[in-house]
Structures are given as C-alpha cells and as structure tokens.
Design a binder for this molecule. Structure first.
Ligand code: GDP
Ligand code: IMO
Ligand code: MG
Length: 423
C-alpha cells in the first residue's frame, strides 16, 4: 500500500486542504510534516466550510488517523482551540496524535516575529503571518527549543518556559518593544499542555509501524515549494522544508517507503506576503482573478497577489519535488477570460532562460516571456469528466502539463469535494 506525499508546487494556497480531503477517502493515516499555524487549509463539505491550521485535513474521514509530525512548530494554545472548535462541530478529535518531538511556539516567538518584521528595512520585510514560525524554528536550530514531550513534565516545562521567556523579554526591552507578562502567559500554556497531554505520542513509531504493515499513508505538506527555506525565493520564504524531501524528516519516514508525490498546482499563480513574483498582475486582470478566485488568505485574510501561470517556476518545482502526479485546481476561476497567458521563459539581461534563477534579486528583474491561448468562456464548475471540458480548457491543461513535464491526474473546478475528477 502506498505512502504518498502531497505538496503545494507554488507559493502556497494551491488547494492542498481540499485535495487531501478528497484523497483520504481510503487513507489510514494523514501526517502533516512541517510548518505551523501559518497554514490555512480550507475544506468545504456540503454547506460547511472548515479552515484547518494544524490539524491534518484527513480529519473529516471517520477513522483516519491524523498525525501532527515532528517537523512542525506547534502553538499549543492554537492547537487546543482548533481541536475544541472541531469537536464542537461534531468531529472526532480522538484520532489526533501530536509528535513528542514537535517544537512549540509561545507568545514570545510571536512577539519576536512581529519585532523582526517591524525592525526590517523596507525591501527586507517578509510579510510573515506573525505566528512566530521563524523564531520557533530558529530556537529549534539553535537547540534551545522546547518540544511537545516537555509538556508531559509540567514542573520542568514551567522552569524552561520561564527561563526562555525572561531571556526573550530582555531582548524586547533592549528594543523598546512590548514585553510579555510571563505569569499570565504561563497560565494559558499550562492549560493547553494539560489539554494536549493525552494526544502526545511518539508518532514516528505510529507512522513506521503503519508503513511496515502496508497501511495507506498520506503526508500533508503546508505552504508551497517556492516558500521552501532552501529552494524557495530566499529570504522571502517560510522557515521549513516545504518540498517533498521534508516529508521524510518531518514525518520520520525513510525514503524507501515513499511511493509517489502529488503536486497541487493552481491553474494560475498567487502569492501572499512579500517577495518576487514575475507573473504578478497589478492591474484589473489581477483584481479579476482575486475577485473570481476569492483570493484572500485563509489565515490572515490578506489579499493574495495574483498572476498568470508561471511555467518556469512550476517546472522547477516539479523537478525538486519529483512530482509524479499533478492536481490542477481552480480551473473554473479562468472560465470567463477571453485570453490566457502562460509564462514559458524569463528574459534576463536580454538573454532567454527556462531555468529558475537562484538569485532572488535577479528574479525581481526578470521579464516573463508569455504565450497566449484562447479562453473557453463557459462554466466548468459542473463538469465531472475530462472529455466534458471545453476543448480550449483541455488545450490549456495539456500545455501546462507539457511545460512542467508532469502528468495531470486530478482536476478541480470548485471548492467542494464533488467538484473534482480524474484527468
Ligand atoms: P491550501 O492552503 O493549499 O489548502 O489552500 P487554501 O485553502 O488556503 O486556499 C484555496 C482556496 O480555494 C480555498 O478557499 C478553497 O476552498 C478554494 N478552492 C480549492 N479548490 C478550488 C477550485 O478548484 N475552484 C475554486 N473556485 N476554489 C477552490
Ligand atoms: P498554506 O499551507 C501562503 C507565507 C507568508 C510569508 C512567508 C513567511 O495555507 O499554503 P511565515 O509566517 O511562514 O514566517 O511567513 O510565507 N506563508 C504562506 N503563504 N500559504 C501558506 O500556507 C503560507 N504560510 C506562510 O505570507 O510570505
Ligand atoms: Mg492556505
């Protein structure tokens, strides 16, 4: 039975939550492997809409185990609130497991995130979600982070938490920034720790025993490949490995078990936050994509920047992720357009390249080389099979697949479960 990885191939918000929900109909375990509550994964079932931040998007399939892996940074208060909210909405949260090795995010990380952004010169601001992601991963790499397992010994946990909080307060004071009330913060953290303790377990054992037993496992990525700390548009990235390689370390599963990689790819491009975006449309066409696609951040509500499909960035993404199968989402958002553009190459200093430059500043300067395709000018929202798509929509999809050298396996034409079909 397969161990599949699902990742976003662009700058996040490709529709990963929806696809995970669709693919988990016959999945035993879903494992989130990186990121934190910077993610916002939307799942629409019937007339209900859910936005998940930490809980894997397999939670809507009864009996599917939902693992929050060691590669995450987890805000315990947010996780508790998210779990209680799901429970209040009638979902079974007993299927959730939190890795002993996941690192924790506290208020001081969020304050440090805000301080870093405020102190950054213009042009250096990242436009983070201010969820404390960067500072928590920094603490992990500096080996001063606090892990979920420490919540199981409250006395020792309190001591370490207070030591760290006092250290961070000194930094805040030095910058004239607001300090945190350590006592008040501890009371909230303690309540979350008590709530979460029954869910904390060695999830690496859970996942490996399941893999050996031939169970069907799906590893859920957050963010997108172009936000990867190594391979994305650094420094305008998040602080984890969002690419498929991150699934092995972040879920604790060996590469030999991985069967295939799903890449979720929007039929156009969006980005939220700062950083280069060669095909961005800053005109009415971009505004139209934002409006029709309802492109507003699921976590922060910020308007997403919108642009044409970028085959250079997407081809690079498929390469570094080893994408076997693509799920193309939001095709319906393009329904009303007369003409569509695809960026097939970049022009850099008069030279044409089909490769993604590793110099992020250079990416700011590139000129996209476009090819145009005619639109299809009719609704695809009710289409349920590839051959019922308008011919121009099929041509557009075939062109994208050819340019990124990957096979399209699923097409999504709306936010609902049923608005999905195999290619
Ligand atoms: P994620 O972070 O990758 O899970 O994506 P988000 O949930 O942040 O953003 C995707 C948005 O598009 C959500 O509001 C989804 O409900 C919606 N969505 C997903 N697939 C489709 C689709 O095929 N068509 C349309 N119109 N909306 C979709
Ligand atoms: P999902 O999983 C889109 C972006 C932020 C910012 C950068 C760094 O829903 O696709 P961070 O708070 O992580 O330090 O911010 O990354 N970002 C996302 N953009 N979708 C996400 O997640 C994102 N998570 C972080 O906007 O530019
Ligand atoms: Mg999202």
């Amino acid at each position: 039975m397969p161990v599949n990885i699902l990742i976003g191939t662009q700058w996040g918000d490709e529709g990963k939550g929806k696809l995970i929900d669709v693919l988990t109909e016959n999945t035993d375990i879903v494992v989130r492997f990186q990121g934190g509550n910077n993610a916002g994964h939307t799942v629409e079932i019937g007339d209900k809409k859910y936005v998940l931040h930490l809980v894997p998007s397999g939670i809507f399939r009864p009996g599917t185990l939902c693992v929050i892996g060691n590669g995450l940074v987890v805000d315990p208060i947010s996780l508790m609130e998210e779990m209680l909210d799901l429970k209040a909405r009638g979902l079974d949260i007993s299927v959730i497991q939190l890795s002993t090795k996941a690192h924790l995010i506290f208020e001081y990380h969020k304050l440090a995130d805000a301080l870093n952004e405020a102190a950054s010169a213009s042009g250096r601001k990242i436009g983070t979600t201010k969820r404390g992601i960067g500072p928590a991963y920094s603490d992990k790499a500096a080996r001063i982070g606090i892990r979920a397992i420490q919540m199981q010994n409250l006395a020792e946990f309190e001591k370490t938490f207070r030591e760290q909080a006092v250290k961070y307060n000194c930094i805040f004071k030095g910058h004239g920034a607001p300090e945190m009330d350590v006592d008040a913060a501890w009371q909230k953290v303690k309540a979350a720790a008590e709530f979460l303790n029954p869910y904390i377990t060695d999830t690496v054992l859970t996942v490996n025993r399941a893999a050996r037993a031939g169970k069907n496992i799906l590893c859920e990525g957050a963010q997108g490949a172009l936000l990867d700390i190594d391979h994305g548009t650094y420094p305008f990235v998040t602080s984890s490995n969002t690419t498929s390689g991150g699934a092995c370390t972040g879920a604790g599963i060996a590469p030999k078990y991985i069967t295939s990689v799903w890449g979720v790819m929007k039929a156009y491009t969006t980005r939220v936050g700062e950083g280069p975006f060669p095909t961005e449309l800053k005109d009415a066409a971009g505004e139209n994509l934002r409006k029709v696609g309802n492109e507003y951040g699921a976590t922060t509500g910020r308007p997403r920047r919108c642009g044409w499909f970028d085959a250079v960035a997407s081809r690079y993404s498929c390469m570094i992720n080893g994408v076997d199968k693509l799920a193309i989402t939001k095709l319906d958002v393009l329904d009303g357009l007369d003409e569509l553009k695809i960026c097939t190459a970049y022009e850099v200093d008069g030279q044409i390249t089909e490769d993604m430059p590793s110099d992020t500043r250079a990416l700011n300067e590139v000129k996209p080389v476009y090819e145009s395709m005619p639109g299809w000018k009719c609704s695809t929202a009710d289409v349920r099979s590839y051959y019922d798509l308008p011919a121009n929509a099929r041509k557009y999809l075939e062109r994208i697949a050819g340019l990124v050298s990957a096979e399209i396996a699923i097409i999504s034409v709306g936010p609902k479960r049923e608005q999905t079909f195999m290619a």
